[in-house]
Design a protein around this ligand. Sequence first.
Ligand SMILES: Nc1ncnc2c1ncn2[C@@H]1O[C@H](COP(=O)(O)OP(=O)(O)OP(=O)(O)O)[C@@H](O)[C@H]1O
Ligand SMILES: [Mg+2]
Ligand SMILES: [Zn+2]
Length: 454
Amino acid sequence: MAKVKTKYVCQNCGYETAGYLGKCPECGSWGSFVEEVSGDKTPQSVEILPDNTPPKRLSEIEMDSEIRVSTGISEFDRVLGGGIVQGSLVLIAGDPGIGKSTILLQTSGALCKNGKKVLYISAEESSSQIKLRAERLGVQSDNLYIYPQTNLELIKKHILEMQPDLVIVDSIQAIYTSLIQSSAGSVSQIRECCNELMGVAKTNNISIIVIGHVTKEGNIAGPKVLEHMVDAVIQFEGDKYKTYRILRSIKNRFGNTSEVGIFEMSAKGLTEVINPSELFLKEYNQTQTPGSTIIVTSEGTRPLLVEIQALVGTTPYPAPRRVANGVDLSRVLQILAVLEKRIGLNLSKQDVYVNVIGGIDVSEPAADLGIALAIITCVRDVVFDSHTAIVGEIGLSGEIRAVNHIDKRINEAQKLGFKKIIIPYSNDISDDISGIEVVKVKRIIEAITRAVKG
Ligand SMILES: Nc1ncnc2c1ncn2[C@@H]1O[C@H](COP(=O)(O)OP(=O)(O)OP(=O)(O)O)[C@@H](O)[C@H]1O
Ligand SMILES: [Mg+2]
Ligand SMILES: [Zn+2]
């Protein structure tokens, strides 16, 4: 009998060793090694491997046109780069309870309505649980098949028999292959299952969407390796306590990353938010308070208007506090340094809080000027004109630097009824912008005088 060999595998990055290690030399995580049985896959000899695609000249390759199938949910299509590419493997990752099963069941429903056949593998929930959710979401179709199963071989068998247009695997951590002995959810299992599914997708031209959970640290649970294997990784995020959700493309072999789709969650499921700026400005106080500004940020290719608030107050502590929510703290610290040095704003005895309303993350530097003006108007206790939007990056010498997608940002502000927009001097704008006054500024000081009321 063959001796059973064991190995230790880092559950975070997949690094393998013969003996247990406390710290992974590859990714640096602690206590991540788990014992797994090795050598349980017998290598195949080259003669019996199918070899129907020998190397070919690039010019000899016939191109199949890339077929994209609309998911029936336009925000989802946008994130995928215009629909799901046939034969691709897509990973949807997100926190527990964020709504992964919900959106994919809705997608299944929408696809089935368009005459597609969908197989939903439910490895975590029973058929009746899925049925219950489908009732709540109003999903019903004879083209939708639910299969509660955790064994990959059985799953494969049914996929091959049924030849559906789309397969959903909920979730990759809950299924296992009998090829290896490690438990479901371990790195080896996830890697192997993903590999097998990839093979099924590519050879049968069936699209597969797999759900993956995210760990507390924000990694897709189990291995990073999963991210490299699949064609696209879509992150599903949002605040569990708020109703909106964001789909964000992190990797996409067939489209633009950094594209986002925005949804609102309700008992009836996720509904697309067609005009997200309105959502984020819903509570914007038209009665105007100091310390609040509207910026036009750009998520992917889509402009978004969001409100930035700042609060500055004398600190009771020896070291003043700097708190940033939704913006990068180091960015705020840099802006504060520029404000102190270049326009003489003394903040050394002041606590500074900066907050992005609506809970979204604004990471791009184009938000700098809006943050700076929110802080300044709060300190000076002056009111910012509520019909003015702001974009601009601040350089270390206090100069305002150009930003990308300026025309889209201006148009979005104009569409939402803003009368004026302050932009960097060096940005060129197209001629057909109308209905909004465009003010170009070179320095922070100039922005203040042009933006503050009166
Ligand atoms: N009756 C309901 N009314 C309103 N919202 C609901 C209702 N039932 C569930 N939800 C919402 O759906 C969310 C759960 O959705 P779903 O099960 O799709 O999440 P998931 O990401 O698949 O979770 P898991 O990680 O457990 O698989 C809940 O957090 C809640 O916001
Ligand atoms: Mg689920
Ligand atoms: Zn590791």
